[in-house]
Each structure stands twice: as structure tokens, then as C-alpha cells.
Design a protein around this ligand. Structure first.
Ligand code: PRP
Length: 211
């Protein structure tokens, strides 16, 4: 039986992903009690997990070092990679939105608007679609700070509960699109390990139908 390697995204999607694998009968005890260990084995299956940052999930899956990945649609949209997106897991639901301080207007004034974001490609595409010329300021985190301190006019970011915006006095000006976690697969793995991977996909599809 082939070993199936799975990369999970650390952080907000972690629990949801573990929950799905447990629901399809994969023992995740080592993953739950991982400590500082980086490769986590399942005691009752041929699955081996690694837990890494979202964009690294894409890299590991694209290069075939792992077979399957769990990652947010936001990361898939930002980084155009060669891999198959196979299941919408219907968890980790959030949205991309344009947000700023209440008196912001994208059209007001003649200056080129500055947009802070962790997702420059998503932001570029969005404004290109609107025919608006903007300047992108790439951030690594706490994007909501940018319009508050005058670094940017507005932000494009993911909004989940909306609490971060609310607590910082920002409002959504436009919802861009919905986001959720996705299962992705390496293009060769699906051929070489067809039986094992198809079985996992089918079980996961059956499990997420009930969400
Ligand atoms: C994300 C996002 C927002 C926040 C939205 O940041 O960039 O800041 O979560 O969530 P909410 O609508 O539930 O408040 P994350 O927590 O990943 O941290 P970061 O700012 O360090 O990137």
C-alpha cells in the first residue's frame, strides 16, 4: 500500500482539517499531540502529515513532495500553481473584501489610491477588473493598521468574523468573493497513487456534504 503524504495549513484551518481526517476514520492523535515534531504519522492508516504555512502547502504539493494538501482558496487565488483543486471542504469560510475607514471613497480625489494587502495578485486583479489604477503596498500581517495610520487608503484582506475590522473602526466597502478551505492534489500523485487518493477524495466528499 502506497504511503499518502498530506500537508495541512498551520493555524486557523488546522482544527478543521484534523476534524475532517478524523471523521473519515484516520487516527490523528500524533498530529493533535505533535509538540515540535514535524512529520506526524497516523496509527491506523497509510497517511503521514506535515503541518506548514499555507503557501508552503502549495509548494510541497506542486513539487510532489506531498500528495495532498489542505489550504485556503485565498492562497490558491494569490499563487497560481500547477496542481489539482479537488474538494471544497466548506470549512474555514470567509471572504475577500475591500475595507477602510468610513470616509474612504475609491473615486474621490485625483491621487492614485494606495491599497495595503497580503494578497497583491488578488488585489491587482480586482482593481484591473474595475479599470482602476492603484498602488499596492504588500504587507505580511496586521493589514488593518495601514489605513488607520495613513500607510494606505484602504485594504484588501480576508474577513472572517469581521471582528478585526470592527474593533479598529473599519468597514467593508465591497465584498470581493467567498473563500473556504480546499483539498488539493499533486498532478502525478493522482495517477501513480490513484486508488488511495481517489478513496480519500470520495470519503472527504461524503464527509463535507454533511457540513
Ligand atoms: C486575518 C486577516 C484579518 C483577520 C480577519 O489575519 O488578515 O486580519 O484574520 O479575521 P476576523 O474577520 O475574524 O477578525 P490573521 O489572523 O491570519 O493574522 P495576520 O494579521 O497576522 O495576518
Amino acid at each position: 500500500m502506497n504511503c499518502i503524504k498530506v500537508a495541512l495549513t498551520k493555524g486557523r484551518l488546522e482544527k478543521n482539517a484534523i476534524n475532517i481526517f478524523e471523521k473519515i476514520g484516520v487516527n490523528c492523535d500524533e498530529l493533535i499531540n505533535k509538540g515540535r515534531k514535524l512529520i506526524l504519522k497516523s496509527s491506523n492508516s497509510n497517511i503521514e502529515f506535515i503541518l506548514i504555512k499555507a503557501v508552503d502547502v502549495l509548494t510541497y504539493v506542486e513539487r510532489g513532495v506531498v500528495d495532498i494538501g489542505i489550504v485556503g482558496k485565498d492562497t490558491l487565488m494569490e499563487y497560481n500553481r500547477q496542481l489539482y483543486e479537488v474538494v471544497d471542504l466548506k470549512v474555514g469560510k470567509c471572504k475577500f473584501a475591500l475595507a477602510s475607514i468610513p470616509n474612504f471613497s475609491i473615486k474621490e480625489g485625483f491621487n492614485r489610491k494606495k491599497i495595503a494587502t497580503k494578497y497583491p495578485n488578488v488585489a491587482r486583479e480586482y482593481f484591473k477588473g474595475k479599470g482602476q489604477d492603484i498602488e499596492i503596498i504588500k504587507m505580511e500581517g496586521s493589514v488593518e493598521l495601514a489605513p488607520l495610520v495613513g500607510l494606505a487608503d484602504a485594504i484588501i484582506d480576508i474577513v472572517e468574523t469581521g471582528n478585526t475590522l470592527k474593533e479598529n473602526g473599519l468597514i467593508v466597502f465591497e465584498d470581493i468573493c467567498s473563500i473556504s478551505a480546499r483539498m488539493i492534489v499533486n498532478k502525478n500523485s493522482i495517477k501513480i497513487k490513484k486508488k488511495e487518493i481517489t478513496e480519500i477524495i470520495e470519503k472527504v466528499e461524503g464527509c463535507v456534504e454533511n457540513f
